[in-house]
Design a protein around this ligand. Structure first.
Ligand SMILES: [Zn+2]
Length: 478
């Protein structure tokens, strides 16, 4: 029998507010444990939550960016459960009246374009973090409540994906949007962008859904792909062997590349949701929604297609250059200065990103600004530098922060474009290789490359290649 998988994703994204969702504590990552806490986020009796307006704005911006309807009234609810990292004994979330619903996100995979439905986006607070002791502390567990109360949005997709690649494409597109919006840093390792995947299988042609397993907290795109791929095959094997898939929560073990059962899946009624009595329903007025809509930045997909249209660069280039807003801005600044869209793209995707990656930097930390590259590219255009020389000069600029002009002066690199000088070199090379000249003239065309090599060697790589080619042809054939 042939099976297909049905995949839905739940993404938890941490909003980039300075303070928590219901109190003024800092959300900064990496502080000493339990230093960013107060009576509210510690769940002390008698305290009251106060909703963070910025978090609401960020959640609405996200909803608008994926075409969700922003509901004029939404309700916070208590999700009751006990866990040591949850001091109140409940999490404040939204349940049957979420902030927004019914959105969509277009994804592109190797098999083409597809639209993935978004069921809802709601707001909630994060829990704290348990740290299990090691070595001498191996019998202890510790709790850090700095994260308790940090604002999250949960973005729930429709079960519209069929293969792991679609899930990865969806997550990447979603993360790009959040990062572009500036509402989330998208950092999967620090847990500010986390994904759970609901996976089930069914015989092809069957409309009813199979029983799903929920894969928890998968913290890289590669693991998402590996975990889903493994889980699909596991479920097929269970069914083929006559067994039944059970509804459960499974964890992905990335070292072994397998999913393992963690617990049977809770049902919503296990949480005894009820409206949070300490918070009034959240009322969002239309004027605020429109204000936020007008201020949305250009989103990744729109920018990609504009780059293709406006600059005539290939889709691949446009994809790389729009991977972050900062990189896209850098590129546009360089094109504005050089009026050379393709050359600028080649340089950024080649030399600039190569050195940035090699040094663990991002474009915002680049020691070379667009204006400095523009100066360098101008030297290539007016023949002072060959492309290869420019690459060397660029490495030096990158290392020292010097301008192209300074590097060229201090290193004495300059391309020989002077025809007289190059002719002199060519004549010397020809004179030194009479036999090869004879063979070339006798029809051995391939020897042209040999002569180019000799001339470049004699010129210490500094001769303008186009001029060398042109003059060498004349001399050899003459
Ligand atoms: Zn607090």
């Amino acid at each position: 029998m042939q099976y297909e998988a049905v995949i839905g994703l739940e993404v938890h994204a941490q909003l980039l507010t300075g303070s928590k969702l219901f109190c003024a504590c800092s959300t900064r990552f990496g502080a000493e444990p339990n230093t960013q806490v107060c009576p509210v986020c510690l769940g002390m009796p008698g305290t009251l939550p106060v909703l963070n307006a910025k978090a609401v704005d960020y959640a609405i911006m996200t909803a608008l960016a994926v075409d969700c309807v922003v509901n004029p009234i939404s309700v916070f609810a208590r999700k009751n459960y006990f866990y040591p990292d949850l001091p109140k004994g409940y999490q404040i979330s939204q349940y049957n009246e979420p902030l927004s619903s019914r959105g969509r996100l277009d994804i592109t995979t190797e098999s083409g374009q597809k639209t993935i439905g978004i069921t809802r986006i709601h707001m909630e607070e994060d829990a704290g973090k348990l740290i299990h002791g090691e070595g001498a502390d191996e019998n202890y567990s510790f709790v850090d409540l700095n994260r308790a109360g940090v604002p999250l949005i949960e973005i729930v997709s429709e079960p519209d994906m069929r293969v792991a690649d679609e899930a990865v494409a969806y997550l990447k597109a979603l993360r790009d949007i959040l990062v572009y919006l500036g509402v989330c840093d998208g950092n999967m390792e620090e847990g500010s962008f986390r994904c759970d995947a609901n996976v089930s299988i069914r015989p092809i042609g069957q409309a009813a859904l199979g029983t799903k397993a929920e894969l928890k907290n998968i913290n890289s795109f590669k693991f998402v792909k590996d975990a889903i791929t493994y889980e699909i095959q596991r479920q097929i094997d269970v069914v083929e062997e006559g067994g039944k898939v059970i509804q459960e929560t499974r964890l992905f073990d990335s070292t072994r590349g397998v999913t393992v059962s963690m617990r049977s899946k809770e049902e919503a009624h296990d949480y005894r949701y009820f409206p949070e009595p300490d918070l009034a329903p959240l009322v969002v007025n239309e004027a605020d929604v429109e204000r936020l809509r007008e201020n949305l930045p250009e989103l990744p997909e729109a920018k990609r297609s504009r780059f293709g249209d406006a600059y005539g660069i290939p889709a691949y280039d446009a994809g790389v250059l729009t991977s972050t807003r900062a990189l896209a801005d850098y590129y546009e600044e360089l094109v504005r200065l050089t009026d050379e869209p393709k050359l600028s793209s080649n340089w950024i995707m080649g030399e600039v990103l190569r050195l940035l990656n090699g040094n663990g930097l991002t474009i915002t930390g680049s020691p070379v600004k667009p204006s400095a590259i523009a100066e360098l590219l101008a030297m290539i255009k007016d023949g002072r530098l060959s492309n290869n020389m420019a690459k060397e000069v660029f490495e030096e600029m990158f290392k020292t922060g010097k301008t192209a002009e300074d590097v060229v002066k201090s290193k004495g690199v300059a391309q020989i474009s002077d025809e007289g000088a190059i002719t002199g070199i060519i004549e010397a090379v020809i004179k030194a290789n009479p036999e090869n000249l004879e063979r070339y003239r006798g029809g051995k065309d391939k020897l042209f490359g040999f002569f180019v090599g000799e001339v470049m060697k004699a010129a210490k790589g500094q001769a303008n290649p186009a001029t060398v080619n042109k003059l060498l042809k004349e001399k050899l054939n003459g």
